[in-house]
Design a protein around this ligand. Structure first.
Ligand code: BES
Ligand code: MN
Ligand code: MN
Length: 455
């Protein structure tokens, strides 16, 4: 039976690549209000594919960008129900001039498809739709019941998804969730990710004089907001990389000796890591390896900072205001809301006289580590081994997918994070791409997974 599915997937490879290209041509940037219509086009695209696969499909309007669902529940009462999650929104494509070809004009070069969203998450998400479609077109049914939930607000914090899922608590009861929105460990080493970091995202604006001032006439007599902001931000982290927000480490669960050993046993070259990033040294919290810092330690990062004169040549001013965008990566058990408040009060306490501070909270979610002992992880491992010719390693990752904690809270299920991407795929970066071979292997692994989970 499975051989039919596999043959079909092989026969459809070029058609499937064309479908991915069509998807990638839609500039579904959730953060950009100008792209609202494109978001609807992308939601329609997903709904059409789910419908064509034979699923009951719905587009649910929410406060932000719509959520698309697709269901098929005829596998029988004994068969497990799988909730498949993905996102059709993408990051902004900027800086545009660093793309070799335009971000929404997909092109295949050297076995990789280049476009914004190729790996994060359109290409990865589509593998599951195509795998379901292949079963339906050949065998005419699936070994499992499926519920697809594809949202359009992941890159902006998934702010409407929790409420939606809460409303569907009974309707969407399931046995396991499946998400392909992470990475393989290396090009020749597939992985199952059993832990993700959480996040808090916020912004601070400091305002001094009511207008830009001549720095000769006024400089030295009023607080310069950019000077003030940099001094304030310097108090959030020490030079070695420890975060100084009061209480920041209180709830952190330390790595066990066993987990540290598992991390250390993975192939990793610090030299290659540095070379790839073009840096002459790694840097981070003392006492932890690079892998530990990336997967299991909390951070503070300034994502962007602006104010004053940004144009060509010099300009002698005391600017009126300055802004910084910041995120902390969090580990399991740290509370995003509590730490956002703590960061805000730290900044307030170090805000100098003559400066007005405004603080804006964006979004937050907790980190999560899954219990991998159940049969679902075994099934996923087998499916990946089948498609990639190699057993996956178990890893954690440092990125965040807010909904995975929600799946645990609302449905009491673990999430199988099966990444077909690579960290070198330039996600969130210019020249984002996805290896066509991983697109194909991922689709095959997904098809095999339904069979394995159905056993
Ligand atoms: N797919 C990523 C998350 C990811 C990437 C996890 C690589 C593991 C490895 C996701 O689309 C993403 O970018 N999430 C945001 C979440 C945020 C906007 C709430 C992130 O991690 O910055
Ligand atoms: Mn993603
Ligand atoms: Mn992303």
């Amino acid at each position: 039976m499975f051989s039919q599915v596999e043959e079909y997937l092989i026969a459809q490879q070029s058609a499937h690549l064309e479908q991915l290209k069509d998807f990638l041509r839609i500039p579904s940037v959730s953060a950009d209000p100008e792209r609202k219509a494109d978001m609807l086009t992308a939601a329609d695209f997903v709904a059409d594919k789910l419908k064509a696969a034979g699923l009951d499909t719905q587009i649910h309007p929410v406060d932000g960008h719509p959520i698309v669902t697709g269901e098929w529940r005829k596998a029988g009462a004994d068969a497990p129900t799988v909730l498949i999650y993905g996102h059709y929104d993408v990051q902004p494509p900027d800086p545009l001039d660093l793309w070799t070809t335009p971000p929404f004009e997909p092109e295949v070069r050297n076995g990789k498809i280049y476009a914004r969203g190729a790996t994060d998450d359109k290409g990865q998400m589509l593998t599951h739709v195509l795998a379901v479609d292949a079963w339906m077109k050949t065998v005419g049914k699936l070994p499992v019941n499926v519920i697809f939930v594809i949202e359009g607000e992941e890159e902006v914090g998934s702010s409407n998804l929790d409420r939606f899922l809460e409303e569907k608590k009974e309707e969407f009861a399931c046995d396991v969730a499946v998400v392909s929105d992470t990475s393989m460990y290396a090009a020749d080493l597939p992985a199952i990710t059993y832990g993700l970091r959480g996040i808090l995202a916020c912004e601070v604006k400091v305002t001094g004089p009511n207008r830009d001032l001549h720095s000769g006439v006024f400089g030295g007599a009023v607080t310069n907001p950019i000077n003030a902001l940099t001094q304030m931000l310097a108090k959030v982290q020490d030079d070695e990389g420890r975060v100084l927000i009061p209480g920041f480490y209180d709830d952190v669960i330390e790595l066990t000796a066993e987990e540290r050993e598992q991390f250390a046993a993975l192939p990793f070259s610090e030299d290659d890591f540095k070379k790839d990033l073009g840096v002459n040294a790694v840097h981070g919290e003392p006492g932890y390896s690079t892998t530990e810092r990336r997967w299991a330690r909390p951070t503070f990062d300034i994502n962007g900072i602006y104010g004053g004169y940004q144009g060509a040549g010099p300009k002698t001013i005391v600017p009126s205001y300055a802004v910084a965008k910041m995120t902390c990566r969090l580990v399991p058990n740290q509370d995003a809301a509590k730490l956002t408040a703590a960061l805000k009060s730290l900044l307030e306490s170090v805000c100098p006289p003559g400066i007005k501070m405004e603080f804006r909270e964006y979004h937050g979610c907790t980190g999560h580590v899954f219990n991998t002992s159940g049969p679902h992880f075994q099934a996923a491992s087998k499916a990946i081994d089948f498609a990639f010719g190699k057993e996956p390693v178990m890893i954690r990752e440092g990125g965040s997918i807010p909904v995975v904690a929600t799946f645990q809270e609302i449905f009491g299920v673990e999430t199988l994070l099966l990444g077909w991407g690579l960290n070198s795929d330039n996600l969130h970066s210019p020249d984002e791409h996805f290896h066509v071979a991983n697109f194909q292997r991922g689709t095959l692994a997904s098809a095999k997974l339904w069979e394995e989970l159905g056993r």
